[in-house]
Design a protein around this ligand. Structure first.
Ligand code: CU
Length: 669
């Protein structure tokens, strides 16, 4: 399957700028220029250097082809891959499993990383050898920045400030690295604050402000030439985050994650690399309706939730002869989720209930894969994964919550497996063909299994979990072709996912909703089948030595076994960029468009139609270097024509930002 690695050399670039004599101009030319490496199996890497743009993680994800975001506010948008989302994709931070604590999906784990602590984002669209778990539609891994040993300067760093006019947003960031021969430390931090934003025509979007602070640290100790010990720590504190598409906001969303790893590298050996990591993370999330006007809050509620995960993985890399590159991975984790709700009626006693009744999932998985360079023209990658899991409820109160509607054993053991085969055929120097097949499976999420009256804003129903849910499985197929010459690169691919036991909510007629104003109750169930198909076309064209054009286009189409349109399926979407470099200045113009989505099913999934839109962005940046100091200044204008628009996956069809100007300054030493 495809892996698109989007290398955001974020502050690493600044460190290297500060540390080496590489000219800033050369690095600037690299920026935004997509370097494609078409390896044997059609796997591509995209390297992007976005630091001086102070991009948000959401913006980086949005520009990756096959990724579309579900928007609930101006913060923490949730990534989907070709429309597959939540439990269907596997999202990890540096290989660590982490699960959002919010019952309303306010905190996808991508909200806990910032570009300043990211080295790369890797995307897989199905099972393959590079992931850290099971997922029907592949997944995203956010690789954290690592401190670098033995750099030219012992101490280096960056500092930056940014301002965005539309929401009066400020950001301050800083990072420092200490680099010795056998020890290196890097600490990065960012503070961001935004007020309510304005959609096109200066229409204010209430409850869309946010505030956050993030710090991450990484230390590496080289024990000897082959062994090193790596420590990672990440903390993210969100405050007063508004979610205009939801009925509640967030008073705080805090995450802490820590890991210790051992890394072994032995060049020239059959068993040439091993990485073993032990980690722990904890998320504390509290929703809040006290900032909303009283007439919009029929009943005050407190809805806190926590998620904690501890786990490990061990990845080993093997080389057999000249042609086989194998990976063997073992991973395991235990995740505990707790969410509760206290309702305060205007008259009468408060009511308390568990909405995620102290659930726990423990898994252990084994992955084996091999890349086989059959000959100069043909290569294969194949492998598989088996995973055993136990899902259970850990408290008496949790069990009592479930027995109000379910009387069987609440402990569920499961075994799932996936397998894949991907082939690549190089016809000649310019043309390659690739094709693949995979069988993928996933466990129901703990919310789908044990959720208790979880309100879904999209279809306005309360959802009940279903401990009897079966494993969702899918057969995935892909077919693609690419052409590359000195100045042109084009790739087209077709994909299809054929689901069995697709998990979706079905109406329960004899239950009444808990949430005031909800239309009724649904329960997660397995549908016999569903199909998702589509295509992606990406390309870049070097028009002149200093002028480049990039384009990325995607389309998905999904329906279930009864021909009802699946929800959250993005329509045709196109991102196009022109980049021009002139004497240290870099100009870029971006055109983003999406078609209308009319293939929706309101009755079954609560999805509604969306309109087409076209927006234009533009920017200019200038970088210069004085001795070892580098400076980058960037000015950009987004949604230049102040269009009123929303994307199909935006909840409640709340308009996105209107015209906005951004000014960023970054200093590297
Ligand atoms: Cu929440």
């Amino acid at each position: 399957m495809k892996i698109i690695s989007c290398l955001i050399i974020s502050c690493a670039v600044f460190y290297s700028l500060a540390q080496s004599d590489t000219s800033v101009v050369k690095n600037m030319l690299l920026e935004e220029v997509v370097i494609r490496e078409v390896s044997f199996d059609g796997i591509k890497d995209q390297f992007k250097n976005n630091t001086q743009e102070h991009l948000l993680t959401d913006k980086m994800l949005e520009n990756m082809s096959s990724v579309t975001l579900i928007k609930r506010g101006n913060y923490a948008q949730e990534p989907t891959i070709r429309g597959l989302n939540a439990g269907q994709i596997n999202t990890t931070i540096d290989g660590m499993q982490m699960f959002g604590a919010c019952t309303d999906r306010m905190d996808p784990i991508s909200s806990y990383v910032e570009p300043i602590n990211l080295e790369s984002i890797s995307l897989a669209t199905g099972p393959n050898g590079s992931q850290f778990g099971s997922g029907i539609g592949g997944g995203l891994n956010f690789k954290l920045n690592k401190a670098k040993l033995n750099q030219k300067y012992v101490i280096s760093g960056i500092a930056g400030v940014g301002f965005e006019s539309n929401s009066n947003a400020f950001r301050f960031l800083g990072g420092i690295q200490i680099s010795k021969k056998r020890f290196a430390l890097q600490v990065n931090s960012i503070y961001r604050e935004a007020n309510d934003y304005y959609a096109g025509n200066r229409q204010k979007i209430d409850f869309s402000a946010y505030e956050k602070w993030n710090i991450s640290g990484n230390a590496i100790f080289a024990v000897n030439t082959q062994n090193s010990i790596v420590l990672d720590y990440l903390q993210d504190d969100g405050r007063n985050i508004g979610y205009p598409a939801l009925t509640m906001d967030v008073s705080f969303a805090n995450a802490k994650a820590g890991a210790i790893s051992h890394v072994l590298k032995r060049s020239g050996k059959t068993f040439y690399a091993l990485e073993t990591k032990v980690y722990y993370n904890y998320i504390d999330h509290a929703m809040d309706d006290t900032k909303r006007p009283a007439e919009l809050v029929p009943m005050h509620m407190d809805m806190p939730g926590t998620s904690q995960t501890f786990g490990f993985y061990s990845n080993s890399d093997w080389r057999f002869g000249q042609n086989h590159f194998a990976k063997i991975k073992v991973n395991g984790y235990q995740n505990d989720l707790h969410a509760e709700m206290t309702m305060y009626p205007k008259a009468g006693k408060e009511m308390f209930m568990l909405t995620i009744p102290d659930t726990r999932r423990s898994i252990l998985g084994l992955d084996v894969s091999d890349k086989w360079l059959v000959n100069k023209k043909v290569s294969l990658e194949y492998g598989g994964r088996v995973e055993v899991s136990r899902s259970e409820i850990t408290t008496l109160m949790g069990r009592q919550t479930m027995t109000s509607f379910y009387n069987d054993d609440l402990v569920k053991d499961n075994l799932i497996w996936s397998a894949f085969l991907q082939s690549n055929y190089k016809i000649n120097k310019q043309f390659s063909l690739h094709s693949g097949a995979a069988r993928a499976s996933r466990n129901p999420t703990l919310q789908e299994q044990y959720g208790f009256y979880l309100f879904n804003r999209m279809d306005n129903y309360d959802y009940l979990g279903n401990p009897d849910l079966k494993t969702e499985t899918s057969w995935n197929f892909n077919l693609g072709a690419s052409y590359s010459s000195k100045r042109v690169y084009v790739e087209a691919k077709l994909f299809a996912y054929f689901f069995s036991n697709y998990i979706a909510g079905l109406k329960l007629d004899d239950y009444s909703a808990m949430t005031i104003g909800a239309s009724g109750v649904k329960q997660y169930s397995n549908l016999n089948s569903a199909v998702l198909t589509g295509f992606e076309v990406t390309g870049n064209y070097q028009l002149l030595k200093s002028l480049q054009f990039n384009t990325s286009n995607s389309f998905s189409y999904g329906e279930d076994g009864s021909h009802a349109a699946l929800p959250f399926i993005p329509p045709f979407r196109s991102v196009n960029q022109l980049i021009y470099n002139l004497k240290g200045f870099k100009f870029n113009v971006e055109y983003i468009a999406a078609a209308r989505q009319g293939h929706v099913d309101f009755e079954r999934y609560g999805d509604s139609k969306s309109r087409e839109f076209h927006i234009m962005n533009a920017g200019v940046s200038k970088s210069f270097k004085v001795n070892r100091f580098s400076y980058i200044i960037r000015f950009s204008a987004n949604n230049i024509f102040d269009r009123v628009y929303f994307e199909h996956l935006d909840l409640m069809r709340i308009s996105r930002q209107g015209r906005s100007f951004e000014l960023n300054f970054t200093f590297g030493f």
